[in-house]
Design a protein around this ligand. Sequence first.
Ligand SMILES: [Fe+2]
Ligand SMILES: [Fe+2]
Length: 275
Amino acid sequence: MAAFEGIRPFSAVVQELVDYVSRPDFQFDKVSKVIEADPALAARIMRVANSAAYRIYEPCSSVSKAVVRIGATNVCELAMAMSAMTFFQDLGGVGQKIRDHSAGTAAVARELTFRLGRAAACPKVFLASLLHDIGKLLLIQTGDRAYAALAGENLAPNSVHLKEQAQWGYDHAILGGHVLLSWRLPEPIPQIVACHHQPKVAQRKSASVALSVDLLRVADHVDWLFEQQHDADSPHVQRLVQSPDGTRVGLSEATLMELWDDLRTVRREALSVFK
Ligand SMILES: [Fe+2]
Ligand SMILES: [Fe+2]
């Protein structure tokens, strides 16, 4: 933690955005102006606003429309998440792999949350999913090549953190949660991230955190299944539906089969949006 305390992944524009949106009298016009000062950030936000995750009505043609559509607070958190994700140097492509997995998981989590009628109960699931494995990026930054190689393997969900705990006594989820909190990402995002490998701990927090963690874990698994090119009729899918996470979010095999192609589409799109 001490080694990561000094890291500030936010640009001056993102920091200004965070400070401005935290004022009770903020105005939408000024929010767009702050964003437009950073053309790369503005372009990313436009891409997200026009992605399947947010495209509810018509295409969004300006930053100010994107701010209205996504909401000023969400735009601000999205800007923080995107700068945190792009801050880290890559180590042999492992960083890109983790970023792809995070974007894919976030898109699948958001779509699942909507389709299962859980959006109101879990408003931060998209951002928490986007940041859930940021602890891995932090650990890679320490320059431990053996860890980078481990993190780059396509291991089954819920396995890398056990190796981390054995080696260091903590895992990327706990580390990520603490660091996000120190970067002032608002709760419950740090809590959801910290608990994403400990659903039992999440259940002791709040109903929203517990459900968000379950949805994130299902999405994490679905992303892995797509990555491994499993199809909807794979025995893995059946196992996921019958897992404790799948049961708690109310997933059935029929629902997952029905959503499968849409989940694949939103995931594919997210990979290009967050590149
Ligand atoms: Fe993880
Ligand atoms: Fe993950």
